[in-house]
Design a binder for this molecule. Sequence first.
Ligand SMILES: Cc1ncc(COP(=O)(O)O)c(C=O)c1O
Length: 374
Amino acid sequence: MTTVTRVPFVELQAQYSTIGAEIEARVLEVLRNAQYIGGPEVAGLEAEFAAYCGTAEAIAVNSGTAALHVALLALGVGPGDEVITVAHTFVATAEAVVQAGATPVFVDIEPVTMGMDPAQLERAITPRTRAIIPVHLYGQPARIDEIQAIAERHGIPVIEDACQAHGARLGGRRMGAFGTIGCFSFYPSKNLGAIGEGGIAVTDSPELASRMRLFRAHGEAENQRYRHEVVGYNYRLPAIQAAALRVKLPHLDGWSAQRRDRARRYDELLADTEVVTPRVQPGAEHVYHLYPIRHPRRDGLQRGLAEAGIQTGIHYPIPVHLQTPYAQYGAGRGSLPQTEAAAAEVLSLPMYAELRDDQIDHVVSTLQRLVQAL
Ligand SMILES: Cc1ncc(COP(=O)(O)O)c(C=O)c1O
């Protein structure tokens, strides 16, 4: 038995070694066919990803941020409008709101799902609220059924930021299929990752789908070249990315099951320690894009783990309402206590489908030693 001396945070090569030959063959086909943009690979990915999510439509774009941006634009969100979201997220959620010309309104999270607190949402709605963006952070469904019920009562569309939650379910339904539009990122380290940048939006509305397609490609009419109906963007997904993603999609549920199994081992081994492990709401199927523990001496734990060869991450150390360009939209330090506590305490442990038992055991035994010494 060899002793584990290094545990990387993610290990993209481990996945590539299992399906790389198939990806290379499919990418080579795209290169030989010379259909680099659009074409059958992109159309195929859209059909397959929509079917996977259980939605009528999917619109492939070149990042998760672009998906959020075209979703907002398709809904007509713009200057003077408010969009309610969370500050405990990757900055792109709020960035897309500002890019659309609207004002992000930050509400606090609740500690089980680490997602939007429905009670806070209800209080933040004003006559100017034009959209709500909950985030399914870490691969964990937010309280989307409660959020959706509040939104419907007020007639406000929900855009799900499912950029970290491909395939996650609540009551058997996939994330992205609850709201008016769901947005995903295919950044390489995501549970479903491209071989570069990529993203996709899903919806049941053919009208919104065709609006998003307009904004994706320079505002050009779908059936008439060089007739431009709106000021759009170049957000098209390259065909080689679609080809690689189509190879990976059939494996996604298997990889998610492996991630859940890895999380279960962490949960069990960490049960008797002082660290707080992720909690899951009833009926939810978490896909563990990340496995964040919580501890008040997080920074010391991270340093100790690094000295033992264990890479970790912090998602995210500075909440969006305290980031310089976004401070103008928030109410400052102390305004979102759950968010600020999470930012100070979360520590993401190594997590990927191929993570081995001996690697998890090394992480856990190192953590146990560090927690006792702190
Ligand atoms: C929660 C969240 N929202 C949005 C994004 C933006 O996605 P992308 O990096 O593909 O633009 C990401 C991923 O990076 C994310 O994790």
